[in-house]
Design a protein around this ligand. Sequence first.
Ligand code: ZN
Length: 129
Amino acid sequence: MAKLLKDTPVYVSCPHCGKVQHPRLKWAKNHKSLKCRHCGKNLDLREKQAQSLIERTLKAVQAFGQALESLHAEAKKAGKAVKAKKPKKSKGKKKAAKKTKAKKASKRAKRAKPVSMMPVEAPPTQPSP
Ligand SMILES: [Zn+2]
């Protein structure tokens, strides 16, 4: 929420030159006036129009922040449900992974033996008769 207040711009137009200024919402809330970047004159942030723009920008940011917060809560809740359901399985998966690696290694060892032994046994049986 604090980041949203700091990052969101408030669009106000200068009553002297008409150029649109965009001070940050947090800044605008904490200052009474803004010096126009174009004409250098002071733009009164306490005026009705500027106040209205600031208020509506604040409401939009608050609504956005609340919506975002509820989505955050929803994701957290879903994450907790996942953790509650599978506390043991995550450990089991790690063990299973180790077992599969061991199985693969043993399969390789078993395969290697017959291949290397076959040619050695085969030649003597053919020429002997
Ligand atoms: Zn101006």
